[in-house]
Design a protein around this ligand. Structure first.
Ligand code: NDP
Length: 281
């Protein structure tokens, strides 16, 4: 039977420490979130972030912009926040409406305020094995879970399924920087199961329920399930067939309660870290 990797517990501890540190600051860290349009899921995520920030004593500003916002208007808004000394961290909630070039928008954010680590300066630093200002939230949460459960990646074969800029690519690079031997799989990978069967650490960031089945993993594997999907009954579930895979794994994250809580906790930690970099450098 696997040990459960409890993201709720670990994130609670990190957030408690963070809240203690913020309590003593006369000037509080400030996170600005820009949301363009009316996407209901984005609104839920933004509200969760605002609530968590409030809980921890972080000031949050939400800039709600209409769907018809032009790219230039959005770039101007980012410019304004880049120049605002009261704002320490900027997050643009994705996805953006299709008429906006997401890449151009993310590149407009000052790398020193790039709380999601999407700017090529910060991503490039990870890719070259150097420290970015802050690490991307979900990958950072995953690395912290491995640390907390004393699972050093060094020398292990880590297989990452998914190559998005938000999870797959950066987590693979961060594991490489931690001296794991890393394989990245994606939708065009041939013989996925043959590769996942060789994983000591398996990270699935795809968004497809039951993608990872028991015959795709070896005994003792550490499974990190990033996926967020819905069962036919409407319940939240990951990419991994949890009940099938769990008996073979040594450690496994549940969904919900695994990686999810770590992501929002990393966002708060990143806001605080950017605040410290800006005021102490
Ligand atoms: P993307 O859609 O951007 O990327 C999905 C990746 O999965 C792509 O690289 C794609 O390959 C790959 N893929 C798709 N189908 C297969 C397949 N059959 N076999 C192997 N690889 C496949 O998603 P995200 O990275 O943004 O998110 C992934 C999942 O993680 C989603 O469920 C999302 O909701 C969740 N998520 C959860 C977070 C959390 O905090 N828990 C945070 C962020 C995301 P290709 O590149 O070839 O298209």
């Amino acid at each position: 039977m696997a040990q459960l990797i409890d993201g709720r517990l670990v994130s609670k501890k990190i957030c408690e420490n963070l809240s203690d540190e913020i309590l003593f600051l006369s000037k509080k860290p400030c996170l600005a979130v820009i949301i363009v349009g009316e996407d209901p899921a984005s609104r839920i995520y933004v509200n969760l972030k605002r609530k968590k920030a409030q809980e921890l004593g972080i000031k949050s500003i939400v800039e709600q912009m209409p769907t018809a916002t032009s790219q230039q208007e959005l770039l101007n808004k980012i410019e304004q926040l880049n120049n605002d000394n009261e704002v320490n961290a900027i997050l643009v909630q994705l996805p953006l409406p299709s008429h906006i070039d997401t890449k151009a928008v993310l590149e407009k954010i000052n790398p020193l305020k790039d709380v999601d680590c999407f700017h090529p300066y910060n991503m490039g630093r990870i890719a070259t094995g150097t420290k970015p200002y802050v690490y991307p939230c979900t990958p950072k949460g995953i690395i912290r879970l491995l640390e907390y459960y004393n699972i050093p990646p060094q020398g292990k074969h880590a297989v990452v399924i998914g190559r998005s800029n938000i999870v797959g690519r950066p987590v693979a690079q961060m594991l490489l920087n931690e001296n794991a031997t890393v394989t990245i799989c994606h939708s065009k990978t041939a013989n996925l199961a043959e590769i996942t069967k060789t994983a000591d650490i398996l990270i699935s960031a795809v968004g497809q329920k039951n993608l990872v089945k028991p015959d795709m993993v070896k005994e003792g594997v550490v499974v990190i399930d990033v996926g967020m999907n819905r069962t036919d009954e409407g319940k939240l579930c990951g990419d991994v067939d949890f009940y099938g895979v769990e008996p073979k794994a040594s450690f496994i994250t549940p969904v919900p309660g695994g990686v999810g809580p770590m992501t929002i906790c990393s966002l708060m930690q990143n806001t605080f870290d950017l605040y410290n970099i800006q005021y102490n450098s």
